[in-house]
Design a protein. Structure first.
Length: 209
C-alpha cells in the first residue's frame, strides 16, 4: 500500500505517490539551488513547474491516476538535470538542440520536445502578433509575412478577415515554454533558464541598470 500526497504544481493539483513526491521534491530543490539570482530563480522555477505540470497532464485532460515514480523519472529525462547545464553561457548558446537537457523519451514515454507550435508573438507585435508568430513558426523574416497580408488587404480586403480570424483562434505565446515552442526549441531546464536570463538581461539593458 502506497501513501498518496496532493500537491499543487504550476497551478494544477496532482495526486502523487509518496516516493514520486520525494524524487520530484529533491529534483526541484536541485534546480532551485542551481540558479543563484533570486529574481531569475522565481521566474525560472514557475516556468519549470508549469512545464512539468504540462508533461504530467496527458492530452491536457485532467489526470485521474496518481503520479508515479516512473512518471517523474520520465519528466526528468525530458527536462534534464541541472548538473548537465554548462556554467559557461557561451557553451549553452552553442547547443540549440537542447542536448544539455533532455536526452530523449524517458520511463514515462515523454517526447524530448523541439516541435514547433504556432502562437501569436505578442513580444514583437504591431497589432495582435499574428504576423510575427507566423514568422517565428516558419523561421522567416516577419517583413515577408506582413507584405503578404498587405497585398491580400489591398486586393480584396481578405487579408483583414484572415488576420482577424487568426487573432481570435491562435493563442498568444505568454509563458517561456510557449515562446520556446513557437521557435521550435526544446523546453527543458537549460532552454528555460537561458530564455529567462536573456529576458532579464534585456530588461536591464533597456532600463540601463
Amino acid at each position: 500500500m502506497k501513501k498518496t500526497i496532493t500537491v499543487n504544481l504550476g497551478g494544477t493539483v496532482f495526486a502523487i505517490d509518496e516516493d514520486a513526491y520525494e524524487l520530484l521534491k529533491e529534483y526541484l530543490e536541485r534546480i532551485e539551488n542551481h540558479f543563484p539570482d533570486e529574481k531569475e530563480k522565481s521566474e525560472i522555477m514557475a516556468d519549470i513547474e508549469a512545464r512539468i505540470a504540462e508533461l504530467l497532464t496527458p492530452g491536457q485532460s485532467p489526470r485521474i491516476k496518481p503520479v508515479t515514480i516512473s512518471d517523474v523519472e520520465g519528466v526528468i529525462s525530458v527536462m534534464g538535470n541541472p548538473e548537465d547545464i554548462a556554467e559557461d553561457a557561451g557553451v549553452e548558446g552553442d547547443d540549440p538542440s537542447g542536448a544539455s537537457g533532455g536526452k530523449g523519451p524517458g520511463a514515462g514515454g515523454y517526447a524530448a520536445g523541439g516541435s514547433r507550435r504556432i502562437y501569436r508573438d505578442v513580444d514583437n507585435r504591431l497589432l495582435g502578433g499574428v504576423c510575427s508568430g507566423i514568422a517565428a513558426y516558419w523561421n522567416i523574416d516577419v517583413v515577408w509575412i506582413r507584405i503578404i497580408f498587405v497585398i491580400l488587404t489591398l486586393g480584396a480586403l481578405s487579408g483583414v478577415f484572415i488576420y482577424l480570424i487568426l487573432w481570435l483562434v491562435v493563442p498568444p505565446a505568454v509563458t517561456t515554454a510557449q515562446k520556446l515552442e513557437m521557435r521550435g526549441e526544446p523546453v527543458n531546464i537549460s532552454s528555460i533558464g537561458r530564455a529567462v536570463k536573456d529576458e532579464f538581461e534585456s530588461v536591464r539593458k533597456n532600463l540601463k541598470i
